[in-house]
Design a protein around this ligand. Structure first.
Ligand code: FE2
Length: 201
């Protein structure tokens, strides 16, 4: 089985002016694609080639196969990232709003906590909103790290590697995080993930 280079869920210029077509040309077309190509090269002819992407992530982590894990987790994280953003404005569902109120005291509290975490991640990595049972939490992971392997359910993510924002914002990660929080979050995607988590629980 070959791991797919999945299509972007929108046109390359759909997130403008916040994330430029030029950024997606590189971030999706070069970086994401390179993770897919390197992963397929690494698993070709091995037992991993029989597994799904999620199974590859879990098994390569357990077997300390760093090269496979890094590329597999980055493929998964980027697919999740594209879905975490939407060209049109969305609002959280009633259930998700209630959970955000409980965890962060409201949307302003969520915003502050997410921004602090995303800014505070030193170097390359990711900021996440996850469901841990009924509770929402904000987490960060370094490099290719993913909460998928932590028994929590990811709802949303933001890539804070410099390749995600340098063309549009240069070194100003704070402005990129604001653009995501103010204009780009796909709350429909987060709500679907949250509802699926509650059904499985
Ligand atoms: Fe990235």
């Amino acid at each position: 089985m070959t791991i797919e280079f999945t299509a972007l869920p929108y046109a390359q210029d759909a997130l403008e002016p916040h994330v430029s077509a030029r950024t997606l040309e590189f971030h999706y077309g070069k970086h994401h694609k390179a993770y897919v190509d390197k992963l397929n090269a690494a698993i070709d002819g091995t037992d991993y080639a029989e597994l799904s992407l999620e199974e590859i992530i879990r098994r390569s982590l357990a077997e300390s196969k760093g090269g496979v894990f890094n590329n597999a987790a980055q493929v998964w994280n980027h697919e999740f990232l594209w879905e975490s953003m939407a060209p049109a404005r969305t609002e959280p569902s009633a259930a998700l709003t209630a959970a955000i109120d409980k965890a962060f005291g409201g949307m302003d509290g969520f915003r502050e906590a997410f921004k602090a975490a995303a800014l505070g991640q030193f170097g390359s990595g990711w900021a996440w909103l996850v469901a841990n049972g009924d509770d929402l939490e904000i987490r960060t992971t370094g490099n290719a790290g993913t909460p998928l392997t932590d028994n929590v359910v990811p709802l949303l993510t933001l890539d804070v590697w410099e390749h995600a924002y340098y063309l549009d914002f240069q070194n100003e990660r704070n402005r990129y995080i604001d653009a995501f929080l103010d204009n780009l979050i796909n709350w429909d995607f987060a709500a679907r993930n949250f509802a699926a988590e509650k059904q499985a629980a």
